[in-house]
Design a protein around this ligand. Structure first.
Ligand SMILES: Nc1ncnc2c1ncn2[C@@H]1O[C@H](COP(=O)(O)OP(=O)(O)OP(=O)(O)O)[C@@H](O)[C@H]1O
Ligand SMILES: [Mg+2]
Length: 304
């Protein structure tokens, strides 16, 4: 299948600041492609170059087979954009924003159903300034979908939202993909990328330092799973240490930890405990996360 987006050796500097050094990747149709990395890594510069909003110093970008710089208006009709710095005039009403944005496109879908779908049906007459953070985000998503785009760019969509609003926004993003659109999601939240993205490019200092599915990125740094639990009643660690799937069993206070290969540890442990009638409480699993991938690759925390 032809990629929807193809970026080859993109390079962009602002004066002496190299924002994007040498970035190449492809985005497949219908996927959520994540671009993650710390502040200033070059994420927004990369996506804004793809959207035709910034001119690269060198390299090639193609979107839906078009060149976003020489064919900018054709591209803009087929992409949906939510920019990191998005804002609307405080006094603008929700319906006025939708009406205004509709006028930018040759083909639009009716905005009334969009408002309902994104839970803003009763907010059509509300002013922008009076919307909650989550409602503003949903409005920006609705605006980005007005032209029924093939590709949607979301740059730091959930920054500034509380954890609950972030999670409900994740469902909305998955919905966009489920409607057959390709989504490019820029975020510095590793948990967001891990939960949503089919592929993730980790960017640091203007270069891609890793690109794969979240699961494969995590497997590469750490394929160990830890199953921890407490025991109510008698328990002999031998039950688990004798299992081929368990590489180690240890105890710290009341909690036991069994370690082993992430692919088959959990069911082996649970079955052995069950067969030996061990009464277990508070069983949990722990695994490396995308955050750990970043730390392993760079030696620092993402928000350092
Ligand atoms: N218009 C500009 N003029 C000068 N420098 C810029 C401009 N835009 C970005 N930069 C610089 O380029 C680098 C990359 O910025 P960019 O906005 O692409 O990063 P980012 O990964 O999106 O960061 P953030 O997570 O903070 O949004 C930074 O050092 C930034 O200061
Ligand atoms: Mg940015």
């Amino acid at each position: 299948m032809n990629p929807v987006i193809s970026v080859n050796h993109l390079h962009k500097a602002y004066g002496t600041t190299v924002a994007v050094d040498d970035i190449s990747f492809n985005v497949a149709p219908g996927e959520i492609f994540g671009i993650v990395g710390p502040n200033g890594a070059g994420k927004s510069t990369t996506v804004e170059s793809i959207m035709g909003l910034r001119e690269p110093d060198s390299g090639n970008v193609s979107v839906l087979g078009l060149n976003p710089h020489t064919q900018r208006s054709a591209v803009s009709q087929r992409i949906g954009i939510q920019l990191q710095q998005a804002a609307l005039p405080d006094r603008m009403k929700v319906w006025e924003a939708l009406d205004l944005y509709s006028s930018f496109y040759t083909n639009t879908i009716p905005w009334e159903p969009l408002l309902e779908e994104w839970g803003l049906g009763d907010k059509r007459n509300a002013r922008f300034v009076n919307l909650s953070g989550g409602q503003k985000q949903r409005l920006f998503i609705a605006l980005a979908l007005l032209n029924d785009p093939d590709v949607v760019f979301l740059d730091e969509l959930t920054t500034g939202l509380d954890p609950q609003a972030r999670r409900s926004t994740w469902d909305l993003v998955a919905d966009i993909r489920d409607r057959g659109k390709t989504v490019v999601l820029v975020t510095h939240f590793m948990d967001e990328a891990e939960a949503l993205c089919d592929h993730v490019a980790i960017i640091d200092h203007g270069n891609i330092i890793a690109l794969d599915t979240p699961a494969r990125l995590i497997e590469q740094v750490d394929d160990e799973l830890r199953v921890t639990f407490e025991v109510d009643g008698p328990f002999s660690a031998e039950i688990l240490s004798s299992l081929p799937q368990v590489s180690d069993i240890s105890r710290s206070g009341r909690r036991w930890t069994a370690r082993g290969d992430a692919r088959n540890l959990l069911s082996a442990v649970v079955i052995a405990l069950e067969q030996n009638a061990v009464r277990v409480t508070n069983l949990q699993t722990e695994r490396a996360s995308l955050e750990d991938v970043f730390i392993t690759l760079t030696g620092r925390q993402i928000r350092a």
